[in-house]
Design a protein around this ligand. Structure first.
Ligand SMILES: [Cu+2]
Length: 121
């Protein structure tokens, strides 16, 4: 009888643990860095990967200042990973550059690199 009760307790513990969330484990931080771009299409492209992404509270790129500000959970995402996701959209940061392939997918108005006649800022 004693052993049956012991087995029941062991079987119940993992179920109970799964049902208990651990919100105290998330660590939210806000980071701001430069993302190179031109226009409102750039803004949409830069912000797109972070729309309704788990662990991201807010993400915003400013067309005038080129500053990207993101509030995210450091247990789910890193600043490096964020910059890689932006580079996959075709946009450079100071640390992570977009591949030529990703850059060349951008519409003409978004070609922010040197030699772009549209890039007058
Ligand atoms: Cu653009």
């Amino acid at each position: 009888m004693g052993i049956v009760i012991a087995l029941m307790v062991v079987a119940l513990v993992p179920q109970w643990a799964q049902e208990t969330p651990t919100p105290q484990s998330s660590v939210m931080v806000t980071r701001t860095f430069t993302v190179y771009g031109n226009c409102n299409t750039c803004k949409k492209n830069i912000e797109r990967p972070f729309k309704s992404m788990e662990g991201v509270e807010s993400a915003r790129w400013d067309k005038k200042t080129k500053q990207f500000t993101i509030t995210f959970d450091t247990t789910k995402l890193t600043e490096r990973r964020i910059k890689e996701l932006i580079a996959e959209q075709g946009y450079d940061t100071d640390d992570v550059k977009a591949s030529d392939e990703a850059y060349n997918r951008l519409p003409k108005c978004c070609r922010y690199r040197e030699g772009n006649p549209h890039n007058h800022h």
